[in-house]
Design a protein around this ligand. Structure first.
Ligand code: C5P
Length: 400
């Protein structure tokens, strides 16, 4: 993935135990194509050494206001010129206090004051330091000044206490930083999605399911958050982490999924049915484990409701998007589905190209025709789909 290709990030590291996570973050950013300039405070250097960041970023680390590498002696100004963002992670209580008051007595605080790029901070401190009214006042001031506050998380702390103040994990900071840099065509919109397989119980330990991994739906949920939407994800049984900023409801069966969708539906602007919902469920789930018996066993199945068709048929239906995973004749089936279910958009793919894997090749079918997206990683494909949904909604808005 090349999420940060061509972007330069200035990563400020102040003196907290969480500085070790900043090393991992630097690695993730470099892997995603970024150039990373690390600015280490004197206290930060007590926790992670210059050599570590230098090796990870392939660049010299910045520490002093008077660094001789800048011919004009203006490192405190020039480092953020042309940078995509300045992220301070970890940001200690002391550093937040300095920022809130505009103090500038070392390279990092001076850079923050003289920056011309977005500033994000990831607080990291003991829970009492975080809850202290002085810190809360400083954070409120920073928010009012347009600084993005990432986290902190709630959990176990290095001091042995538990509470709010832990720095976010490197991968979470990576996602938040990426999201902060994206256009927000879905700002103010609410998006509801289904994802993953369903599990239709046969008895207390067995059931009917399918090989949907949930990756496409989860990637789409994340792409919707990046695009500024408020996102609810109804997930069948999958072992995937919840994307940052997504409200997740876990369900098992198609009936439970339908119930959860109907409950979350009011006020949604978009509904995306990505789940591979079982078309049929056992007419009756046995109360006890079915025992081995005769040579053959017949199962009686009954049809599940079509959640997407039901949502799209409502008079107050949001903009509805469906998926068509086919093993052949993709265009005919996908376009047929779009018309039959009255959908604004159908995302079609051949199962051999997508189901269960990390990449996907899809074609988008809307009222204007078919649009092929280049085959890519599922997160990249998801971003392409979301951009298309946003443009269709924009058009629809223009017509009303
Ligand atoms: O008709 P087909 O099952 O192929 O349609 C697939 C689309 O409909 C997907 O978007 C899927 O999430 C949705 N669907 C649904 N409820 C069902 C079956 C499919 O929401 N019972």
């Amino acid at each position: 993935m090349n999420e940060f290709q061509g972007k330069r990030i200035v990563l400020g590291v102040t003196g907290g135990v969480a500085a070790y996570k900043a090393a991992e973050l630097a690695r993730l950013l470099i892997k995603a194509g970024a150039e990373v300039d690390v600015v280490l405070t004197t206290a930060g250097a007590q926790f992670v050494g210059v050599a570590t960041f230098q090796a990870l970023t392939g660049r010299r680390v910045w520490q002093a206001l008077w660094d001789e590498r800048m011919d004009n002696g203006m490192a405190h100004i020039d480092l953020t010129r042309g940078a995509a963002a300045l992220l301070v992670a970890p940001a200690t209580a002391d550093f937040l206090a300095k920022l809130a008051h505009g103090l500038a007595d070392d390279l990092l605080s001076t850079l923050c004051l003289a920056r011309n790029c977005p500033l994000l901070v990831a607080p990291a401190m003991n829970r009492q330091m975080w809850e202290n009214p002085a810190t809360q006042r400083n954070v409120a001031q920073l928010r009012a000044d347009g600084v993005s506050i990432l986290g902190p998380a709630h959990g176990e702390q290095a001091c042995g206490e538990t509470g709010a103040g832990r720095m976010l994990e490197a991968s979470e900071l990576f996602d938040d930083l990426y999201a902060s840099m994206q256009a927000k065509p879905l700002a103010g919109k609410r998006v509801l999605l289904t994802a993953g397989p369903t599990f239709e119980a046969l008895d207390p330990v067995r059931g009917l399911t399918n090989s949907s991994s949930g990756k496409m739906g989860f990637s789409l949920a994340r792409a919707c958050v990046e695009a500024g939407a408020e996102v609810t994800l109804i997930a069948g049984p999958v072992a995937l982490p919840t994307p940052r900023g997504v409200r997740r409801v876990d369900v098992q069966s198609a009936l439970q999924m339908r119930e959860a969708v109907m409950q979350a539906l009011p006020g949604q602007s978009v509904f995306i049915g990505v789940a591979a919902v079982a078309d049929y469920r056992p007419r009756q789930a046995a109360a006890h484990k079915i025992k081995k018996g005769p040579d053959s066993l017949a199962l009686e199945l009954e049809a599940n409701p079509d959640i997407l068709a039901e949502v799209a048929a409502r008079p107050d239906a949001p903009f509805c998007v469906g998926f068509a995973a086919e093993s052949r004749d993709l265009a005919a089936y996908a376009e047929g589905k779009r018309v039959a279910k009255k959908l604004g958009l159908v995302v079609g793919n051949l199962v051999q190209d997508g189901l269960g894997g990390d990449t996907n090749a899809v074609t988008l079918f809307d009222a204007a025709g078919a649009h092929v997206l280049p085959p890519a990683d599922k997160s990249e494909v998801a971003r392409g789909i979301v951009a298309h949904i946003a443009s269709l909604m924009e058009k629809r808005h223009g017509q009303h």
